[in-house]
Design a protein around this ligand. Structure first.
Ligand SMILES: Cc1cc2nc3c(=O)[nH]c(=O)nc-3n(C[C@H](O)[C@H](O)[C@H](O)COP(=O)(O)OP(=O)(O)OC[C@H]3O[C@@H](n4cnc5c(N)ncnc54)[C@H](O)[C@@H]3O)c2cc1C
Length: 448
């Protein structure tokens, strides 16, 4: 189970460390300026290291997302000094779950390490805030600049990567998307933070294990009379065109600016549900959502957009002698609830701490520690989550579990804490216990 967020530090740059100038070798090159890349850059820059971030888009930019920040994300943003910047965003108190005509409202729990509030803020605004925070701390942000291909250590042929490791990467060939000019950026260490499609990561040899669950989601903005609701809402009984309950959920997240973000997410296990069309699912959800939200084709602010959600640490390898992979590029989204922003911030921060140690003199051994820290922080939680997803990918089991939960506020309260990864240290066995209960329910479902 993930511990209450530790506060890893990226160390302090020693005064004797050589400074790098443009065109010279930087301490760290970060590929991608979303949550994973921007947090990594922030923590490295804050510690005084010379870090450059290349981001293929120009901020502010759209990013397809549900825009929901849980207490885990709020904690990370607060640690980066951004609590004040969130003040203008829509603050909400908890989750309202709806299924089979029942509704349960749950407040975010009191926790010693996490606040009991969340926010909904567009990624258009949020990602710019965090990228600006990183540059204020001293990171160099090169926007509209795409890392086209990795540069490799020329001596790597003599020292091939160990099995299960990425090869030694020493920078990237980058393209200025405005001028189309190409140049090389070299660095002692490289962080891959290029999101769910992760072309750069794949060029290095990181691949997604297809036996792990994969999410597919679609979202749109709608004008809504309930744009400032105090709860985010999830619907756990979304159905495919054949009327079967599918493993996934529909959501409505109020933005507080006249709009809500509404969408559907579907979990695919071993190719099951591949045939389900998310656009049809989205249309059905807009039709099915409580009328009080005012969702309709007429209140839509534009066509919905979608994306993949690589989950459960499904991408590997995640380390090499000079390289670390963070966020969606590492498949770090929670299979329980599709949350990935917090895990982008957290894995970016863990990577920064290991890189800080490597730069301070520990070298490549400190990078190996990144994988150990990921396992400590998320290994058990993601294992339970992956098993859970495999189990609920059977429609009948999904229905039995949802019905069980919806009949008990206590069960739903536990599920909120487990799925949000918000258990206290002394509650860590609860996830496995809850899983055992659900597994028992699953076995009792006839016809399986
Ligand atoms: C429909 C949908 C809804 C979601 N809803 C939520 C939600 O409500 N809450 C939540 O917590 N999570 C949600 N997620 C997941 C969340 O969006 C991701 O987990 C999160 O964005 C991961 O951050 P990241 O930094 O790893 O990747 P990204 O946010 O994808 O950032 C990667 C960045 O890298 C840049 N890039 C890519 N390639 C290159 C390159 N070659 N060179 C330079 N730059 C490059 C991209 O432009 C991008 O800015 C949702 C996802 C989807 C698809």
């Amino acid at each position: 189970m993930a511990p209450a967020a530790k506060s890893p530090s990226a160390g302090r740059r020693p005064r004797s460390s050589p400074s790098s100038v443009d065109g010279r070798v930087r301490d760290v090159l970060v590929v991608g300026g979303g949550p994973g890349g921007a947090s990594c850059a922030y923590w490295l820059a804050d510690a005084g290291w010379d870090v450059a971030v290349v981001e293929r888009k120009q901020f502010p930019r759209e990013k397809t997302c549900g825009d929901g920040l849980t207490p885990r994300s709020v904690r990370q943003l607060t640690d980066m000094g951004l609590a004040g910047a969130l003040a203008g965003a829509h603050r909400y108190r908890g989750l309202r779950s709806c299924a089979y005509g029942m509704t349960v409202e749950m407040l975010w729990p009191q926790h010693p390490s996490f606040p009991d509030v969340g926010y909904v803020i567009t990624r258009h605004d949020l990602d710019q805030l965090v990228a600006e925070r990183a540059t204020k701390a001293g990171a160099e942000l090169l926007q509209a600049t795409e890392a086209a291909e990795p540069l490799f250590d020329p001596t790597a042929r003599d020292h091939p990567a160990a099995p299960g490791q990425l090869p030694a990467c020493t920078g990237a060939v980058v393209v200025d998307r405005t001028t189309r000019k190409t140049r090389e950026i070299r660095a002692r260490y490289v962080v891959v933070a290029d999101g769910a499609n992760s072309r750069f990561g794949r060029a290095l040899g990181a691949t997604r294990d297809r036996s792990y669950p994969l999410g597919m989601a679609l979202r749109g903005y709608f004008r809504s009379p309930r744009h400032d609701d105090e709860f985010i809402e999830s619907h756990l009984d979304i159905r495919d065109p054949l009327g079967r309950v599918v493993p996934g959920y529909g959501w409505i997240f109020p933005l507080g600016d006249g709009r809500v973000n509404a969408g559907v997410g579907l979990l695919s296990c071993e190719g099951r549900f591949k045939g389900v069309n998310t656009s049809h699912l989205m249309n059905a959800f807009v039709d099915f959502a409580p009328k009080s939200w005012g969702l309709s084709p007429r209140s839509a602010c534009g066509p919905p957009t979608g994306g993949k959600l690589p989950m459960g640490m499904s991408v590997a390898p995640r380390t090499g002698p000079t390289t670390l992979v963070v966020g969606d590029a590492a498949g770090a989204i929670s299979p329980f609830n599709g949350e990935g922003i917090a895990y982008g911030y957290e894995t970016g921060r863990l990577a920064a701490a290991c890189l800080g140690r490597a730069l301070a003199g520990e070298g490549a051994a400190a990078l190996d520690d990144y994988e150990r820290q990921l396992q400590d922080a998320y290994g058990l939680y993601y294992q339970v989550a992956r098993d859970f997803v495999h189990m609920i990918s059977h429609p009948k089991v999904m229905e039995a579990c949802v019905r069980l939960g919806m009949h008990s506020e206590t069960v739903m309260g536990w599920l909120l804490r487990i799925m949000g990864n918000l258990l206290k240290v002394d509650e860590r066995g609860a996830a496995e216990n809850a899983y055992s209960v659900l597994a028992t329910v699953a076995k009792a479902v006839p016809g399986l």
